[in-house]
Design a protein around this ligand. Structure first.
Ligand code: C2E
Ligand code: MG
Ligand code: MG
Length: 710
């Protein structure tokens, strides 16, 4: 141990925590008591010894005095009672002698002086210890026997005043007690100094460090042990010190690894490793904060959202492995095709978002969108040696042109993306403010439509379908009407199904609405049948209903419930139904056909009709879209299409009905071309059920009827 550390350790003794510690005080207390006890025992023993020594001294002194006195001489001279000589007074003059009594050998009193109470011959028989000294209160009786006097025939009992000695002894005792206390304290301190330096200081240092470590195990603010660790405790202190530091290291390592992991999970997509929507938004916010460059000009960023078209089908039919591989491939392609400054994120199942700074070479966000579209579309994705042609819909918005809030820009891009999807997919749409308002309106309409269903604002109108050759009413199409109450004079307006049916389809509300239509249409038709008008009721079924509900079960249920023979119900589906899931559609149509209901393809000619499926589907009727009829007289193409549809239908053994027949010329044209059935304003607008009943009752079954009317 070097001097410096030694003194350092001593100075630590004066650190407050040393003196605040319990163990210090306990040690001090025990040490002090032990020392005190030892000294008291030692001094007590000394006093006992001292008293006997003192008594022996008095005894010897008196004995010698007696022996050397004239009494002895007189004894020798042969006097009978030497105490009666004047020399006997010598005793009386002896200092401190309170009294004496002298006996002869037979214990006859020879002489006495002063206070002699208690000084009797019994003393010589009962005294213990020395047998020569008996101590009393304030006196000492000293007994001198014949033996002590070299066999002179006397016993002498002296009573000496002991008050002076007692006083002296008391003084000595108090002096000694102070000394003892002081000595004990000093020794305690010295012992503590050593114990402190070897044991207490390192132990307390250790405990202080442990306390600090437990307060903040990750960043323990512990002191370095300032001494040489040359003994077991020092080594232990150093070991604990390094363990605390190791522990802190471990904790922070584990914590930062966990934080990294959490960060990854929270901000990155595990499949592609791309940032997720949250991180993308954060990046956008960062870009927005640093958008202002040194010249005070705001940098512009294109924000692009991408949705893979019909990706769900790939996933469903090919399995998730293929789907995942394609998603990863798309992520990779996007990341490598874009500059390093771009941020590519996967924001949903098959959705990606990208932001790219607009530099001098690219100033148009749509151009970037086109580039991205090509990157995905130009080359198929190869998975397990199979090629997958992926297309995508893209929404484009620009920061800060379209919104100053980055989150809003992303929302705008999403709005544009939705528009792209609505507009037939595989396309790019740029955000324009009107979308926004349109979206708001649609939301409002959706809310109102929900209420409409509950508050019975939905009704059905019916439009007749006639046999063109016989003029007979063969059916009626049920057309949905929404009477939406408002503040106008009429108290409300009719909303066209063309406006609200697409919204109902998107929101799934088409399912309960479709159920309402089918049930009411059949119920109404039943009332006509009951009156002898056996007309078919045609009900529109949208593609969404096909996929979101069990149309077959509903149809069966409604037919049973209303008692309408199946052949009097016709379901109109548009060509779009066939686009989504061909197998499922065939299956459903087959089942409907088995039930016995009729099936028609509505708006025929406008969709991506493929002739091949017409053969596969159990269809009864083609309904030529009214746009062809409307222009057939002016437009050769439309006339040609109409003619083709009619002959196509007939070649497949299908009935052909034309809708949108407004005037006689249309009727004439259709009759000439061999069309089977007609529907249109020429015969009747769609009307409420009671008016339709009136129509049935008043119509004479001859098409001439309408000629006259017109
Ligand atoms: P759609 O099934 O093709 O119905 C024919 C539409 O043409 C009806 O429009 C009808 O009022 C109209 N129309 C009939 N004759 C003429 C005519 O001579 N001239 C003109 N210009 N139009 C005529 P509406 O009622 O507005 O229905 C529009 C579309 O809404 C329907 O087209 C149908 O696709 C859909 N829709 C109507 N009701 C329902 C329904 O209950 N369920 C479903 N899913 N869709 C429905
Ligand atoms: Mg229809
Ligand atoms: Mg139609």
């Amino acid at each position: 141990m070097n001097d410096q550390s030694k003194s350092g350790r001593k100075s630590l003794l004066f650190k407050s925590y040393v003196w605040k510690s319990k163990i210090t005080w306990r040690l001090a207390f025990v040490t002090f008591l032990t020392l005190l006890f030892m000294q008291v025992v030692f001094i007590g023993a000394y006093f006992v010894k001292f008293e006997s020594y003192h008594n022996a001294q008095i005894f010897n002194m008196l004995k010698n005095e007696v022996i050397s006195s004239a009494v002895m001489d007189n004894m020798i001279d042969g006097a009978i009672n030497p105490f009666e000589t004047k020399d006997g007074d010598a005793f009386k003059r002896s200092p401190n002698v309170l009294g004496y009594r002298a006996y002869d050998i037979t214990f006859e009193v020879l002489d006495e002086y002063g206070k002699v109470t208690g000084l009797n011959a019994d003393l010589f028989r009962t005294a213990e210890g020395y047998k020569q000294v008996v101590t009393g209160d304030g006196y000492v009786d000293v007994l001198i026997t014949a033996q002590d006097l070299n066999d002179l025939p006397f016993y002498i009992a002296f009573r000496l005043d002991s008050t002076e000695w007692s006083k002296g002894r008391l003084q000595e005792t108090t002096e000694n007690a102070g000394l003892l206390l002081g000595l004990s304290l000093a020794s305690t301190l010295i012992i503590l100094m050593f114990i402190g330096s070897w044991l207490l200081v390192p132990t307390l240092f250790l405990s202080e460090n442990l306390r600090k470590a437990s307060l903040n195990p990750e960043k323990p603010e512990i002191d370095d042990y300032p001494y040489k660790a040359d003994d077991e405790i020092g080594t232990a202190v150093l070991t604990v010190q390094s363990l605390i530091r190791q522990n802190a290291d471990n904790i922070s390592r584990i914590k930062s690894a966990a934080q990294d992991q959490i960060h990854k999970l929270a901000y990155y997509d595990t499949l592609t490793g791309l940032p997720n929507r949250i991180l993308f938004l954060q990046k956008l916010a960062e870009l927005a904060r640093s958008a202002m460059n040194e010249d005070g000009q705001v940098r512009r960023w294109a924000v692009i959202t991408i949705d893979l078209d019909h990706f769900k089908d790939v996933n469903d039919t090919m399995g998730h492995n293929i789907g995942d591989a394609i998603l990863r491939g798309v992520g990779k392609r996007l990341a490598s095709a874009l500059p390093d400054t771009a941020v590519v994120a996967r924001t949903g199942e098959d959705e990606y978002a990208i932001t790219v700074p607009m530099v001098t070479s690219i100033t148009n966000a749509k151009e970037i969108g086109e580039r991205i579209q090509n990157v995905i579309r130009n080359e198929p994705f190869k998975v397990f040696n199979e090629n997958f042609q992926i297309r995508c819909s893209i929404g484009v918005a620009t920061y800060p042109d379209d919104a100053s809030d980055p989150e809003q820009v992303l929302k705008n891009a999403d709005i544009a993306l939705n528009r792209a999807k609505e507009d037939g997919r595989d396309t790019i749409r740029e955000y324009v403010e009107d979308f926004d308002r349109a979206v708001q309106l649609r939301f409002q309409m959706l809310r109102d439509l929900r209420d409409a269903l509950e508050e019975e604002q939905l009704t059905l109108h019916f439009q007749p379908q006639l046999d063109l050759k016989t003029g007979e009413v063969i059916g009626a199409e049920a057309l949905l009407r929404w009477w939406r109450p408002d503040d106008s004079e009429q108290g409300g307006t009719y909303i066209s199904p063309g406006l609200f049916v697409p919204i109902a389809e998107q929101s799934g509300l088409i399912v309960p609405i479709g159920e309402f239509v089918l049930r009411n249409a059949c119920r109404t038709a039943k009332t006509w049948h009951d009156k002898g008008h056996n007309v078919r009721i045609a009900v529109n079924v949208s593609g969404a209903q096909f996929h979101q509900s069990d149309v077959v079960a509903l149809t069966k249920e409604v037919l049973e419930e209303t008692g309408i023979p199946p052949k009097y119900l016709e379901l109109e589906v548009t060509e779009s139904v066939f686009m989504d899931d061909v197998e499922f559609t065939i299956e459903t149509l087959m089942k409907l056909n088995q039930i016995g209901v009729e099936l028609a393809i509505d708006d025929f000619g406008t969709g991506y009709s493929s002739l091949s499926y017409l053969r596969q589907f159990p269809i009864d009727r083609l309904k030529i879209d009214q746009s062809f009829i409307r222009n057939a007289l002016q437009d050769e193409d439309d006339a040609a299409i109409t003619k083709t549809i009619i002959s196509l239908g007939h070649s497949l053994n299908l009935k052909v009905i034309a809708e949108g027949v407004e005037d006689y010329e249309h009727e004439e044209f259709l009759l000439r071309e061999g069309c089977d059935e007609v529907q249109g304003y020429r015969y009747s607008r769609p009307v409420p059920a009671d008016q339709f009943m009136e129509f049935l009752e008043t119509y004479n079954g001859d098409l001439e009827h309408f000629k006259k009317q017109a």
